[in-house]
Design a protein around this ligand. Structure first.
Ligand SMILES: NC(=O)c1ccc[n+]([C@@H]2O[C@H](COP(=O)([O-])OP(=O)(O)OC[C@H]3O[C@@H](n4cnc5c(N)ncnc54)[C@H](OP(=O)(O)O)[C@@H]3O)[C@@H](O)[C@H]2O)c1
Length: 331
């Protein structure tokens, strides 16, 4: 099969190669990949800068959707021909993957493969972060940074589903218009003097109750200056390139809770496994999310679909901050 192979860290050291298809495991589902998500995290993995570090040679890619080709003997939920979406630890930029059954989810007939790849990480992370971890309540104010990125748009839509008022912060008015189309109530272009004053103005001086931050660095620091008392901040990614440092004195005086989330833990990819009941909880979350998208209540936005061979162009657009939503590869 064809796959993207990284022979040394760095995007320039990745190329398309003919490789052996992955071996089917006992609980594995072999999937012919129709669409594969192109994420900022892929870029970090390729550059050797992600917490999930693979030694070259490896094939990147973590979000795929396609058709089941064959199943290992322990697989009970799927059969050849099923349309599915899956999260994989790596290997998604390829024509075939083998994913353990616990990371594979049935795809409703009305949901396209391109829409599906928005779910294994970005909608799932937004759901886990806002619903499980921050316990965002209806009527609370949610501030979403990187609002037109993959994670940002997903957080806006999940925030609205949970009944919150959503403030979107982004670098351009064009991105903010898309954030508005996806449900944001208040739009802030942070290039025009930052976002603190605008957030305070939009909340009668109180600040945001929950802040979803995929950017980090100075964005995190400024967030602590416009968070409401008893607020929760979720530093869920560092697309800006700097991992922020938490000033414990501000956390203390403002009664702030800093909430971590690594979605991979719930998928069973961390060093410590989640409790066994988590597998069912994750399956129920996917069922709810995919039910919402099938009902038209979530609207994943595909920025652009590329051929597998154009993966470098697709990934470079992320560093240029020009992607709105998620781009996909068609292996
Ligand atoms: N914790 C988890 O389990 C989890 C799950 C998924 C993703 N993540 C992480 O979340 C982060 C965002 O992922 P994503 O897929 O949403 O990325 P994305 O689609 O590229 O969006 C990131 C956004 O960050 C903003 N940004 C600010 N400075 C940037 C810079 N120097 N380069 C690129 N973007 C910059 C951009 O918005 P503006 O132009 O509006 O500023 C961009 O739209 C990544 O670090 C990823 O690893 C974590």
């Amino acid at each position: 099969m064809k796959a993207v192979v990284v022979t040394q860290f760095g995007l320039n050291n990745a190329q398309i190669s003919e490789v052996t298809a992955p071996i089917l495991t006992e609980d594995g589902v072999r999937i012919r990949v129709q669409s594969s998500g192109v994420s900022f995290a892929n870029l970090l993995v390729i550059e050797g800068k992600h917490q999930n570090r693979w030694e070259p040679p490896f094939t990147p890619g973590t979000e795929i959707a396609g058709v089941v080709e064959e199943c290992g003997p322990a697989v009970t939920l799927f059969q050849p021909g099923d349309r599915v979406v899956a999260g994989v630890r790596t290997g998604g930029f390829a024509q075939e993957v083998v994913a353990p059954q616990r990371n594979v989810f049935a795809l409703p007939a009305s949901v396209s493969f391109d829409a599906a790849v928005h779910f294994p990480t970005i909608y799932a992370t937004a759901y886990g972060a806002l619903k499980w971890r921050a316990q965002l309540q209806a009527q609370e104010t949610l501030l979403v940074h990187g609002a037109a990125g993959g994670s940002g748009l997903a957080a806006i839509e999940i925030g609205k589903k949970l009944g919150a008022r959503v403030i979107a912060s982004s670098s351009t008015d064009a991105k903010l218009r898309v954030a508005e189309e996806h449900g944001a109530d208040v739009l802030i272009n942070y290039k025009q003097g930052g976002f603190r004053e605008a957030v305070l103005a939009a909340t009668d001086g109180r600040g945001a109750d929950v802040i979803f931050d995929p950017v980090g660095g100075g964005t995190f620091d400024e967030s602590l200056r416009c968070i409401a008392p008893d607020g929760r901040i979720i530093p869920m990614g560092f697309a800006g390139g700097t991992i922020p440092t938490v000033p414990a004195n501000i956390v203390l005086v403002k009664n702030v809770t800093i909430i971590g989330i690594y979605w991979g833990y719930y998928m069973g990819w961390a060093r410590q496994s989640p409790p066994p009941a988590m597998e069912q909880k994750v399956r129920e979350a996917f069922s709810e999310l995919l039910g919402w998208v099938a009902a038209g209540e979530l609207r994943p936005r595909t920025h652009q679909a590329y051929a597998l061979a154009d993966f470098k162009e697709a990934l470079s657009a992320l560093s240029a901050q020009s992607v709105i939503g998620r781009s996909v590869l068609h292996p």
